[in-house]
Design a protein around this ligand. Sequence first.
Ligand SMILES: Cc1ncc(COP(=O)(O)O)c(C=O)c1O
Length: 325
Amino acid sequence: MAFTGSGKIWMNGSLVDWADARIHIASHVVHYGSGVFEGARCYASPRGSACFRLDAHMRRLFDSARIYRMPPDIDQATLTDAVLETIRANGFKACYIRPIIYRGYNALGVNPFPCPVDAAILTWEWGAYLGQDALERGVDVRISSWARSAPNTLPTLAKSSANYANSSLIKMEAITEGYSEGIALDTFGYLSEGSGQNLFVVRDETIYTPPLTASILPGITRNSVITIARELGLRVREEMLPRELLYIADEAFFAGTAVEITPIRSVDKITIKDGSRGPVTTTIQRAFFDIINGETPDRHGWLTYVYPGEPLQTVAAGSAASRAR
Ligand SMILES: Cc1ncc(COP(=O)(O)O)c(C=O)c1O
């Protein structure tokens, strides 16, 4: 989806017009990928506009900055307030949220230390990442020929711009060959994750997902799925998984801010079961969207409402239809 090119962007403490949110071509981040960022969502729920797990995203942003020795001049709480201010300045009811901390303009060399640590927040309206009906019908994916980064190379606990060179290779390969997504293995050959989403596999009523040691981003949706599943009494195991588990799975799905909970219909042209969204995936999708829609109480404090006067106490009848149904 192309940008509209209008609205406001927060840059180093000021709101500027979209067209004026520029950086110099000699900025360190342009050449060396020295940025860390987040991707969060604000949802239009019947109770008001609410960011999903904004605090967890901002914490991961600051963790990423710490790993890359890139402390911003601003603290986490103030940058979180700036996210809310940016959404309000744009008047969005629902949007995607992209804060980024990056090495800016001063000198160009591999050493980033001489360059300032700058920060910006972009927000824009963004629909379903893998297409409108992917949430219900699922997507066809392949195992990528690209592996995720080996441990002790590019740290995958950091959501660094540099990691997305690898993600782009996975995504381009998948698209070029007619798939929606690619699933990467780690360098030991175990299942890792998609180009921009975590992976879950269901077999015999147990939900499996690769652990943090399988070169994955510690996804906030992944953590939410694990929490929701355990609350529902489902068994969840985080362990190293062989690729072929996907071929014999009862169900598989992706989890991530962009894809939300998206069923996987086939892997390497092997259909998962009968190819339809399975019962565990459906249950988790519903529980996830029910929290976002305010249909079930926000027990974990996952929602941050954006506008004064929200959350609204009364929900109009019929307005809370879940996106998953
Ligand atoms: C590589 C990768 N893995 C997993 C995820 C899912 O993480 P989250 O649920 O925090 O969006 C993302 C999305 O940011 C990602 O880019």
